[in-house]
Write a protein that binds this ligand. Structure first.
Ligand code: GDP
Length: 313
């Protein structure tokens, strides 16, 4: 029975949050651990900002802005507007109430509390029972090499330049020096199955898999480890995934994503509208409607995912 098993879910931000929401509605806290990309994290106006951790936290806490899928519902932008008085260009949108999260985290960061512990305090404050873990405690910024603007920090690429520059290479600065935290290690040791959410494979999931020792821990034993496609009918649901794939020379299909994950997975969920493409997958696949555009569908997709894990065990 999957109902007494421990699932570890790997995610980035908005896309991953949809599956995280569905799983958290089905599984009790002790049966779900969510490991989140921190490659997007950066310093801004002296604050430590962790966009993916906050997106997952706000989503599970039921306070996320339903329109954007990130930030707090009903938040205002007075502080950002006021910064313009000083001639500043506040290109990264921080909501007024959202700022409290960053202030709190930054204060603890300067007190040398680990990001894992800080995240635990923040998630508890939002009433979240499930464990949300940063992929590692050390900063490992994702850098994006582009043709038009050289090497950009992830948020400059994504937000400031609205992912328009052409990407030639993506890497995680200093990842070789990082280690898996004891909490991530413990979660993976206890995992009966691992699920990779439909997050951006290059920007959100690869940084997690690249933490030294992470792939080996995931592939240890013979447990189900499945990924869900972020590509439906040759396109991303949202964001730069398809554009980046083209720029890096990949064909934009679910099959490419599956091949990219290689031996990190032994099962792959494609969208039902791609099931007749005739692509030969190197791993077993399940075709379902993966578009999670309502909360009900998030739960439904999570349920179908968990049922499949039960079958392939
Ligand atoms: P980000 O860090 O906020 O960009 O979010 P993620 O990396 O977690 O997710 C981005 C990816 O999620 C994009 O490639 C989207 O195509 C994918 N995505 C978003 N919503 C859905 C959905 O409902 N179904 C599927 N299959 N993919 C989705």
């Amino acid at each position: 029975m999957i109902s007494d098993k421990h699932i570890v879910l790997l995610v980035g931000g908005v896309g991953g949050a949809k599956l995280a929401y569905g799983m958290a509605k089905i599984l009790p806290a002790e049966q779900l651990t969510i490991i989140v990309n921190t490659g997007d994290d950066f310093w801004h106006y002296g604050l430590r900002i962790c966009p993916d951790l906050d997106t997952i936290t706000y989503t599970l806490g039921g306070v996320v802005d339903p329109h954007n899928g990130w930030g707090l519902a009903g938040d205002t932008r007075q502080t950002m507007k006021s910064l313009k008085h000083f001639g500043a260009d506040p290109w990264f949108g921080l909501g007024d109430r959202d700022l409290a999260t960053h202030l709190f985290r930054t204060q603890l960061w300067h007190e040398k509390i680990s990001l894992t512990q800080i995240t635990q305090q923040i998630t508890e404050a939002f009433g979240i029972k499930h464990t949300i873990l940063p992929m590692t405690d050390a900063p490992v910024p994702t850098l994006v090499e582009t043709i038009e603007r050289g090497t950009l920090g992830f948020q400059e690429y994504f937000v400031k330049y609205r992912w328009q520059p052409t990407v030639t290479h993506i890497y995680s600065a200093g990842i070789e020096q990082t280690t898996i935290s004891p909490q991530v290690q413990e979660a993976l040791n206890r995992a009966d199955a691992i699920v990779i959410g439909p997050s951006n494979p290059w920007l959100s999931i690869n940084p997690i898999l690249s933490v030294p020792g992470m792939r080996a821990m995931i592939e240890k034993g013979d447990k189900p480890r499945i990924a869900m496609t972020p590509i439906i009918a040759g396109n991303a649901v949202k964001g730069p995934t398809a554009k980046i794939m083209r720029e890096l020379g990949y064909k934009v299909t679910a099959h490419t994503v599956c091949e990219f994950y290689g031996s990190s997975i032994n099962g792959f969920i494609i969208d039902e509208c791609d099931k007749d493409l005739g692509e030969i997958f190197s791993t077993p696949t399940l075709a379902i409607d993966t578009l999670m555009d309502t909360n009900e569908k998030r739960v439904q997709v999570a349920r179908e995912t968990l049922n499949w894990i039960k079958e392939i065990r």
